[in-house]
Design a protein around this ligand. Sequence first.
Ligand code: C2E
Ligand code: CA
Ligand code: CA
Length: 651
Amino acid sequence: MVGSVLGASHWRSHRGETMVASYAHNLSRRLPLLSLLVILGVGLVIMRFIGTVRWPVLLPGVAMMAFAAERGWHWLPSQVAQRPLARRRKDIVTLPMSVGLSALFAVSWALSLYCVGNDAQRALVRVLLSVVSVAGVLGLAHAPAAALRLALTCTVPAAIVYLAVDGAGVWPVVVVLTMANLTVLMMTFGFHADFVRLELSRQQLARRERLAARLAQTNFEQASRDPLTGGLNRRAILARLAQEVTRHDAPQPWLALLDLDGFKHINDTYGHAAGDDVLRAVSRRIDAIGGVVAHGRLGGDEFAILFDGALDGPGVAAAAHALSQAVRAPVVHNGVTLRLHASTGIHRMRGANAGAANVGGHAVGACLERADAALYKAKKRGEGAIVLFGPEDEVALQHRSAMTRQFNGCRLDDRLRLLYQPFYDVDSGAVLGFEAFARWSPDGQTWLAPGEFMHLATATGRTGELTRAVIARTLAECDAWRRGLTVAINLSPRDVTREGAVESLDRLVRDAGADPARFLLEMNEAALLADPRRARTQLEAFRAAGFRLALDDFGAGWSSLSQLRDLPLDMVKIDRGLAAALSSDPGARAIVGTIVSFAWQLGIECMIEGVEDEAQLATARALGIRLMQGYHLGRPERADVALAAMDRAVA
Ligand code: C2E
Ligand code: CA
Ligand code: CA
């Protein structure tokens, strides 16, 4: 081991470098003392031989003292520490040679004096040589090769000279000198082996620690990175937000939520690889915007971005604008140029530095809610709008959350009221049935239309309950179904995909002794878009249970005619927007004409809703529509009023 540690190539490895440092450090704590001992010893010899020999004979001693002083200085810990590693390595590698040569020089000089000295002078030389060689070997414990040379140069020539000058009588001295040197040498080698073992295991430990730290870092990185974009993932960016809301030492950053417009379209049209390219490009572009402190993907095509808290309102708006522009730059995927834009909602995460009104700050959820409200507004504005959450938004948000709490906490049946609007066969003038419209009251006094509360039902997860409550109420208060008429019920999008919806509505209707065929379930295209395959299966199940199905608001949105062909439908309801345009817009007439003839070919009934005057009625009739609904024919009314109106008409 000693040999391998001392091999020249060893010193050049990384392990060798740490070893060099630690060897040099150890030597620096011993060699200056050893030099001092040499200076002292040589000084004593010179003093003792003054007068015995001519002064030039003593000059090499003086030179040696100077050399030892220089070496002592050279090996001072402070000096060693300053030297570059390569120099230290060179010093260690050349140490055996330089120790060997200087020992040879010193021993030769001392022994030449020994030959001419008297008894006392010889005794001094013997003692000093022994002491210096033993101390030297100990001092060079961490340079065993140098120690060995020192021991050999001190012992062998000295023993020969002692025996030659003093005769055989001096043998006990020679034996003691040799034994002492041998013992110290062996101890030294033992020390050194221990030292090397210790140093190597220390290095191994340090390496393991470094490895463990690197591993921990990699694990942390992996757990917090979004594998697709390389930015932070949802967990990590939320953790960062949590960190920010508890900080009070700096103005809190702005939280921006960025949502891509048209991303789904790119995914659907060009495939997921194109979508992935877009997400990666957006993440890179966010990264390049000034003022961004952190960003990550919350999921899908939504990104959370933290802008520097030092920015003021206009500053953050400018940064968001720059980002919005950057996102607009085309992304090229497989030679296809993809374009899209993003909507951005921004909210200042409040903290102790904010104004008095803001003291207390918001938890992460509240910050996200506000940025999300601003994003929602931006989305509604369209065209890559940027919206900063303002005081009036705060008021609206508080109002909305109060309403949400009320909706969440209420017994639906207590706060629900239904209005029924008749629909007619205009040829016979007969009422065919009624459509039920829900009204909800937050306080038992004001009644809200679905446009104002349906989102609360969605947010609180009570849409299924609402639909069941509407049907139960209809079964109880509007006996049109007993008279062979139809009751139309509006389904919310979730009813169209929710597991178990068919069974629960079917049971509800049958338990009341009603025939599901008396119920026309209406849903709009948005309900079908979210998960078309699941929606289709569910519609077939509704149909199998005996319900009839209508596609509502047809002509208002995307309205693909192929949907009419592919879905199990009984009726299509033409949107009231088209009804309103009928008398004035030839385009609307053409569209309605197409829908009517297509529905006729497929054997699907066709109803037009929102008919408000005679002109619209006449045009619709001329286009071949018999089934109609609208204020012109009858307004939505309470059950008793609606039924009484029908009875009057029949009578
Ligand atoms: P919808 O199914 O298209 O219902 C027609 C809406 O137009 C109703 O508004 C109705 O009162 C109104 N309306 C009827 N005739 C006319 C007319 O001649 N002119 C005009 N301008 N409007 C007319 P309402 O009650 O506010 O309902 C709005 C929407 O809310 C409904 O649209 C339906 O999608 C949804 N909805 C209503 N009740 C329920 C319900 O119980 N459950 C679910 N999930 N959605 C419902
Ligand atoms: Ca409807
Ligand atoms: Ca409608």
